[in-house]
Design a binder for this molecule. Structure first.
Ligand code: HEM
Length: 447
C-alpha cells in the first residue's frame, strides 16, 4: 500500500477500521497482515471504510466497482510525484494525468507492445538473460529463489536498456541506493539516505544520458532506448531528455521487483507441489523454443496458468491509491474531491464470484479459461490509461523463466524442493519472505 504523500483529513462520517494507534494509525497492522486487514475492511458496514496510514486518511472502497476509478475520469495520479520524485522525477508517466500522460505513454509505448517486444529485440535479450541466469542457478544444489529472480528481473531491465554485462553489478548497486531515498526526509545532506540517493541518481542519469545521446546519433540503432528516442505521440512530438530519463528510471522501478516477486512465487509453487512440477515439465519438454510474444503462449497454457494464479494470489501491487478530482457518489454518499481512495487489488483478485474457492492455488481455472480475459481478470496490472506498460513483457518474461527452468531441471533429472509455501511479506510490495524460498535441488524421476 502506498501511503499518500500529504496529510488528508477524514472528510466524511463513514466507518473507521478498528485498532488504530495514536501516532501510526493502521500502518503497522496493514503491513503486518495485509489480507486480514483487508478482509476486516471488507466486513465493515458499507463499501467504504477509513484507514489512517502514516498520518493520512484514505478511504478504502471494497466493492468491485472501485475498479472504475482506474479509468481516471475523476481521479488524479499526480500525488505520486511528491512520494517518489527522487526516482521518477516530475515527468514520469505514472504520475501524469490527461494530455501529459497521453503524450508520455504514446511516445514510450512501442517497444512494450506485443509486436514491439520482438521487433525491438527486447524479447531476444530477455531470453538471453533467462537462459544464462537459470543455467547458473541450476549449477548449485541450493538456491534462494527470491535472490535469483530479483537478479534475473534487474539484469533484464538493465540489459534491454543497453547496459553491458560487465557493468550490471554496479548498476544494480546504484539503483538500490537510489531506492533508499524513497524513505525518510527529503533532506539532501549526509548521512541521510536522500543525499546518497540523489548522488546515485546523478550517476545513473549521466550514463543513461550517454545511452540516449548515442541512440539520437544513430537512426538505425535497435533496442528499447532507440525505440523510445524515436517514439512519437499523436501530434508527432517525441520525448525530451528529461522525459526519457524519468521514464527509464520508472521502468527499472516498476518492472523489476514486481516481476521478480511473481517469478519467485511461481517457482515456489512448483517447488512445493510435485504434481505441478511434473505437469509443467511435461508441457515444457513437449513444446519447442521459448515464447517471445503473447501470440506464442498457446504452446504454454500451464506455465501461463501458473503465472496468472501466482499473480492472483500474491499481487505484488496489492492496493493502488487515486485522488478524486471531482465528487464521487456511492450509495447516496457524496465523497468530496480531494479525497484519497484506495482500490484494493488484493480483494478484487480473490472475488469469490469470479474465482470459486478463491484462496486455493488452482492453475486449472486459467487452463479452462477460453474467453478473452476481462479487465478485472488482469487487475493485478491496474486498469484504464495507466494499465501496466510492462504487462506483455512481464508475462513473456515469467513464462519464459518457468518454462526454461522446468526444461533444465528435466534434463538434469532434478527438481526444486521447498518444505512449504513461503510466508508473505507485504511491504513495500507483496513478495515471499526470502529465507523461506531457500530451495534444495534434488534428484527426481517423473511420476
Ligand atoms: C508482475 C509484474 C508487474 C506488475 C504486477 C505490475 C503492476 C503494475 C500496476 C498495478 C500498475 C498501475 C499503476 C497505477 O495505476 O497507478 C503498473 C504500471 C506501470 N508498470 Fe507495471 N507491473 C509489472 C511489471 C512491469 C514491467 C516488467 C514494466 C516495464 C519494464 C512495468 C512498467 C510499468 C509502467 C511504466 C507503469 C506506468 C504506466 C502508466 O502510468 O501509464 N511494469 N504496473
Amino acid at each position: 500500500m502506498h501511503p499518500p504523500a500529504t496529510t488528508t483529513p477524514r472528510t466524511l462520517p463513514l466507518p473507521v477500521l478498528g485498532g488504530k494507534l495514536p501516532l501510526f494509525g493502521h500502518t503497522f497492522r496493514l503491513f503486518k497482515d495485509l489480507p486480514k486487514t483487508l478482509h476486516e475492511l471488507e466486513q465493515s458496514p458499507g463499501p467504504l471504510c477509513w484507514i489512517k496510514i502514516l498520518g493520512s486518511w484514505v478511504l478504502v472502497y471494497t466493492r468491485r466497482e472501485s475498479f472504475d476509478l482506474f479509468m481516471n475520469r475523476i481521479t488524479s495520479s499526480a500525488r505520486l510525484i511528491k512520494q517518489g520524485s527522487v526516482v521518477i522525477g516530475k515527468r514520469s508517466m505514472v504520475s501524469s494525468d490527461g494530455d501529459d500522460h497521453r503524450h508520455l505513454r504514446k511516445a514510450a509505448s512501442r517497444p512494450f507492445t506485443p509486436r514491439g517486444l520482438t521487433m525491438s529485440g527486447v524479447s531476444a535479450t530477455i531470453e538471453e538473460v533467462v537462459r544464462a541466469r537459470v543455467d547458473a542457478m541450476l549449477a548449485k544444489d541450493e538456491v534462494v529463489l527470491t535472490r535469483e529472480t530479483q537478479r534475473i528481473a534487474l539484469d533484464i531491465i538493465f540489459r534491454i536498456m543497453g547496459i553491458p554485462d560487465s557493468e550490471l553489478e554496479v548498476w544494480a548497486d546504484k539503483f538500490n541506493v537510489l531506492l533508499k531515498g524513497l524513505i525518510g526526509p527529503r533532506i539532501n545532506a549526509p548521512p541521510l539516505p536522500y543525499f546518497f540517493s540523489s548522488r546515485a541518481r546523478d550517476w545513473l542519469d549521466e550514463r543513461l544520458k550517454a545511452i540516449i545521446d548515442n541512440a539520437r546519433d544513430d537512426p538505425d540503432a535497435q533496442g528499447l532506448v532507440p525505440e523510445m528516442v524515436r517514439g512519437r505521440d499523436d501530434e508527432g512530438r517525441g520525448l525530451t531528455d528529461e522525459e526519457l530519463l524519468d521514464n527509464l528510471r520508472l521502468l527499472v522501478f516498476a518492472g523489476h521487483e514486481t516481476t521478480a516477486s511473481v517469478m519467485a512465487w511461481m517457482a515456489s509453487y512448483v517447488a512445493t507441489d510435485v504434481e505441478v512440477h511434473d505437469r509443467l515439465v511435461a508441457e515444457a519438454t513437449a513444446a519447442e523454443g521459448l515464447p517471445q510474444a503473447p501470440k506464442d503462449m498457446g504452446a504454454f497454457p500451464y506455465a501461463e496458468a501458473i503465472f496468472r494464479e501466482s499473480l492472483r494470489l500474491h499481487p505484488p501491487v496489492s492496493t493502488q491509491n487515486r485522488d478524486l478530482t471531482a465528487p464521487l457518489e456511492v450509495d447516496g454518499v457524496t465523497i468530496p474531491a480531494g479525497t484519497t481512495i484506495t482500490v484494493p487489488i488484493w480483494l478484487l483478485s480473490r472475488d469469490p464470484e469470479l474465482y470459486p474457492d478463491p484462496d486455493a492455488f488452482n492453475p486449472d481455472r486459467w487452463v479452462a479459461h477460453k474467453r478473452k480475459l476481462s479487465p478485472l481478470e488482469t487487475v493485478q496490472f491496474g486498469g484504464g490509461p495507466h494499465f501496466c506498460l510492462g504487462y506483455h513483457m512481464a508475462w513473456v518474461e515469467s513464462v519464459m523463466f518457468i518454462t526454461h527452468l522446468a526444461r533444465r531441471l528435466a534434463e538434469q533429472g532434478r527438481r526444486l524442493v521447498l518444505p512449504r509455501l513461503p510466508k508473505e511479506s507485504f511491504f513495500p510490495l507483496i513478495r515471499p519472505v526470502g529465507e523461506d524460498t531457500r530451495a534444495r535441488v534434488v534428484p527426481h524421476k517423473m511420476t
